[in-house]
Design a binder for this molecule. Structure first.
Ligand code: UT7
Length: 345
């Protein structure tokens, strides 16, 4: 087994900022309600020419360059998204072609957890020696599937893309560990009902607003608080770590109240928790890679740090990961680590 690590990262967010006050001019809501119930103050909204693939391409180019690679070095492209350009072909194929990658490409749909699922696959393929460099992208244009007259959903989401390169990397002292979960009995709690084979697109489905996000918010909230705590605890145990070993905790940016609850129960100090939900809202699959990129840019994520990430979303699905941040091979050589890490198989 080879050890895998994130060796490149990149992000892209659309320029247009929509504040809570701006939304309050078109739906019956307020900055006070949105900020106090969710932590969101603004979100990015894609321009008409932006697509999931175009945003993913921008994020991916930076990730590949940052890893010291060219597209020709990438063996596989995995795109996590709930808002693909088309039901088929896969958005990953469009990105593979635009980048000039000579390898496989597929989309992965696990709701807001898609990026984390993709990361686990990339990590396992690299560890198995099947591939050397895998591009994992989380990209979403959620603004196109929101009912902008429904205050219970339209205030929550935002658009953006994040990408990482996962490579074989002997600098990492342990193989990333993952805990994935699914509970399909909660499938109807967060869904886009029409446009699939069960309810094909028709005039009636469009008139009934069935091509928009439908969410039972409080139900998803209760599910999220439970699985974030449980899966994070499980991945720490699997990696042979305790909460005190974690340098940075990156939760899916869906609601600060979910994050606060989890952080209290897990015992992470506040300064080890990364938040950017105030500026981007819930960007679904893009949320964790965007946070990773910003944490790195702000110096919150340093070489050899232990980072724990946890995502959750439609499915219902969840995934937690624990890994060591080795950084790009282009950066100065890693400082020696003083950790004693025992990974539990
Ligand atoms: O990434 C995918 C995973 N998704 C999530 O993690 C979402 C999880 N759920 C949540 O974050 C929260 O449930 C929400 C933020 C969606 C809702 O917050 P809540 O505290 O659970 O509110 P609620 O749905 O129980 O609604 C409370 C009240 C209702 O009014 P009444 O019935 O008490 O009069 C809603 O109609 O707030 C009302 N409301 C709003 N008021 C102003 C709902 N949305 C809004 C709004 N502005 N935007």
């Amino acid at each position: 087994m080879r050890t895998s690590a994130v060796t490149g990262w990149g992000m892209y967010v659309p320029e247009r900022i929509v504040t809570n006050d701006e939304l309050a001019r078109s739906v019956n809501t307020s900055d006070e309600w949105i900020a106090s119930r969710t932590g969101i103050r603004q979100r990015r909204v894609a321009a008409p020419e932006d697509t999931t693939s175009s945003m993913g391409i921008r994020a991916a180019r930076d990730a590949i360059r940052g890893a010291g690679l060219t597209p020709g070095d990438i063996d596989l492209v995995i795109v996590g998204t709930a808002t693909p350009d088309y039901p088929f072909p896969a958005t990953a194929c469009l990105i593979q072609d635009a980048l000039g990658v000579n390898g496989g490409a597929f989309d992965l749909e696990a709701g807001c957890t898609s990026f984390m699922y993709g990361l686990s696959i990339a990590s396992a393929y690299v560890a198995a020696g099947m591939y050397r460099h895998i591009l994992v992208i989380g990209s979403e244009v959620l603004s196109r599937i929101l009912d902008w007259t429904d205050r219970s959903t339209c205030v929550l989401f935002g658009d953006g893309a994040g990408a990482v390169v996962v490579s074989a990397d002997d600098r990492a002292e342990f193989q990333p560990q993952f805990v994935l979960g699914s509970d399909g009995s909660g499938a109807q709690a967060l869904t886009l009902p029409a446009g699939g084979s069960r309810m094909p697109a028709s005039e009636a489905t469009v008139l009934a607003g069935m091509h928009y996000v439908h969410m039972a918010g409080p139900e998803v909230f209760r599910f999220a608080t439970r699985v974030v705590v449980e899966s994070t605890e499980r991945v720490l145990t699997k990696a042979g770590l305790t909460a005190a070993d974690v340098d940075l905790f990156i939760p899916h940016q869906a609601n600060t109240r979910i994050i606060d609850y989890a952080v209290r129960h897990l015992g992470f100090p506040e300064d080890r928790v990364f938040l950017n939900i105030d500026r981007y809202g819930n960007t679904s699959s893009a949320s964790i890679p965007l946070a990773l990129c910003e944490a790195r840019a702000q110096g919150r994520l340093r070489t050899n740090d232990i980072v724990v990430m946890v995502g959750f979303g439609a499915g219902l699905t969840w995934a937690a990961a624990a890994l060591q941040w080795t950084g790009s091979p282009l950066e100065t050589s890693a400082a020696p680590s003083h950790r004693a890490i025992v990974t539990v198989p």
